[in-house]
Design a protein. Structure first.
Length: 195
């Protein structure tokens, strides 16, 4: 019986291993850098957990572990449930070290029913602030939900059917009707001395 190291296929196996091993090591290093890019310590007192995640979806994404910048291009969608933020744009750059996101190209942001539309929007994560810039000569558009000063009762799930009755009580009770309403005949007012 021959040893596996002395078989005629051994040089081929070693050549394959020599080709695969460096690629596997480089992949492991790149993935480690990519994972560490997202592991930015949260500010003191901040909550951590699954509800704090920010999801970034796009056609193409690049991550630079040296600068800590993640760039997403094409049909960018951001979902940040912890702050009830949803956004879409053509491109987004997440600066993990500065903890800010720059969205550009037809940006639309929705947060708790309020919306913001502009060409470039920067979101400062730690401050919870948006900075929006328009594409000249356009303007930034914001739509805010403004609650009433007094809280109105919430509509019921199954409202009562409409009944044709007044919703108020008249101050003076109506007199009972005994005769039909007839307008008096038109006549000229009589003046003294006229026939």
């Amino acid at each position: 019986m021959t040893s596996p190291l002395r078989s005629p296929r051994t040089p081929l196996k070693l050549l394959k291993l020599a080709a695969v091993l460096p690629a596997a090591l480089v992949t492991a290093l790149v993935l480690d850098s990519f994972v560490n890019l997202f592991l930015v310590s949260p500010p003191a007192g901040a909550q951590t957990g699954a509800n704090q995640s920010l999801t970034l979806r796009s056609d193409v994404q690049e991550a630079n572990s040296r600068t800590g910048v993640i760039t997403a291009r094409g049909n960018v969608q951001i979902n940040y449930p912890a702050r009830q933020i949803q956004a879409t744009s053509a491109q987004a750059q997440y600066y993990s070290r500065e903890r800010r996101i720059v969205l550009s190209g037809n940006v639309y942001v929705l947060q708790q029913g309020n919306s913001l539309r502009g060409e470039t929007v920067t979101y400062l994560i730690d401050e919870g602030k948006f900075l929006a810039l328009p594409d000249a000569p356009k303007q930034v558009e914001s739509i805010y939900l403004v609650p009433n000063a007094t809280a109105a009762p919430a509509p019921t799930a199954n409202p009562a059917p409409f009944v044709n009755q007044p919703q108020f009580t008249p101050a003076v009770p109506a007199l009972p009707r005994t005769q039909p309403d007839l307008a008096p005949p038109l006549s000229r007012p009589s003046s003294p001395g006229s026939p």
